[in-house]
Ligand binder design. Structure first.
Ligand code: NAI
Length: 337
């Protein structure tokens, strides 16, 4: 079997998941190089998993002539620079969301993708590959709920990860680009239309630290799409019960609900608290399967010489809408795209 030789940059919270998947769960991929600015992270992965090449400098890694592809899991402000240099070095590129941290940057990524059209480029909006979300898309395409005209999205991180969120508040770009961008991608995908008008509200209700960065710990946005369909987004940083991603899509003949209860699994505990269903506690736990499936799709596209459905233009659009929502929130106004 042909194995695609891959390098990964970023070995943090999500990078280590993708690295593990590439090393052990994707049969037609071979993780041959790892890169992080933290030498200990590189050493640990190389030693424990027997990865031949390790780097603390990304530009050095992409010079490795054995490499065919890279996965970019560095912090978001590095994405576009690393995408452009890898594509121009002749490598296929997977990058996690968001594509870039400004729309102008995303346009640079578009140009690099366009001038390297023989290369596979994929943006990691993994929810599209989660089996429940993919199934919902299939049902919508088959007409099971008629024409969808409303999507309601909830995305909340658990309170127990709040210290990390506060630490990165200055550079996260805010809740819309950091978290609701996944919901924006789903809304565009399911509704099959583009955003026209955006209103947003919210605040720092529990953790005032977010306010000084023009962000909130809980925010909402209401959007009208060009075909008159509607979307309602709620994103939060401090859910007491755990990690919750829930989506409802309402159509002219019915509706779909994905993860209406953010249950960890199918086990219910009957005890002195009543009947308890435990909640998933992290994105790694809830979307572990989706991360494998999306990376498998990236590798299969390379092997089979085809392109993923999700494009660089989706990455730009999602960023554009997320920043428009941030502007609507910060300026208390309606933004027209
Ligand atoms: P993190 O902060 O936990 O890890 C970042 C990693 O990149 C670390 O290994 C760090 O040493 C390395 N790094 C930093 N600057 C570097 C540079 N210039 N060159 C090489 N390595 C560098 O970050 P996290 O949370 O893993 O996020 C990484 C990306 O994944 C972000 O863009 C984030 O938006 C995205 N993400 C996506 C999620 C999803 O559900 N799809 C969930 C979490 C993160």
């Amino acid at each position: 079997m042909k194995k695609v030789k891959v390098g990964i940059v970023g070995l943090g919270r999500l990078g280590i998941e993708h690295a593990r998947n590439l090393a052990f769960k994707i049969p037609n991929a071979e993780l041959i190089a790892v890169c992080s600015v933290v030498q200990d992270e590189v050493d640990k992965v190389q030693k424990e998993w027997g990865i031949p090449y390790g780097y603390t400098n990304y530009d050095e890694m992409i010079k490795n002539e054995e490499l065919e592809a890279v996965a970019v899991l560095s912090p978001s402000p590095f994405h576009v620079k690393q995408i452009v240099s890898a594509l121009d070095a002749g490598l296929h590129v997977f990058v996690d969301k968001p594509l870039g941290v400004t729309v102008e940057e995303c346009k640079e990524a578009e140009k690099a993708v366009e001038r390297n059209e023989d290369k596979v480029f994929m943006v990691g909006f993994m929810r599209r590959y989660d089996p429940s979300y993919a199934y919902a898309k299939k049902l919508i395409d088959e007409g099971r709920i008629g024409k969808p005209f409303l999507i309601k999205c909830t995305s909340c991180d658990p309170e127990h990860t709040i210290d990390g969120a506060i630490r990165f508040a200055a550079t996260s770009g805010g809740l819309f680009i950091d978290m609701a961008v996944h919901d924006i991608d789903l809304a565009r995908w399911y509704l099959g239309s583009e955003v026209d008008q955006i209103y947003a509200i919210g605040g720092s209700y529990v953790h005032e630290e977010f306010a000084k960065y023009g962000d909130g710990d809980n925010v909402c946005s209401l959007m009208k799409f060009k075909d008159n369909s509607m979307a309602l987004f709620y994103a939060g940083r401090d859910a007491a019960h755990g990690y919750q991603v829930e989506t409802e899509i309402v159509g002219t003949k019915g509706s779909l609900r994905i993860a209406a209860e953010p249950a960890k699994n199918m086990c219910k505990i009957f005890d002195n608290n009543g009947v308890v269903s435990e909640c998933s506690q992290s994105f790694q736990e809830r979307f572990s399967e989706a991360y494998v499936i999306e990376m498998q799709e990236f590798i299969n596209c390379i092997v089979e010489g085809r392109k993923p459905d999700i494009t660089v233009y989706d990455g730009t659009k999602n960023t554009e809408v997320a920043f428009a929502a941030t502007k609507a929130f910060q300026e208390n106004t309606v933004v027209h795209l």
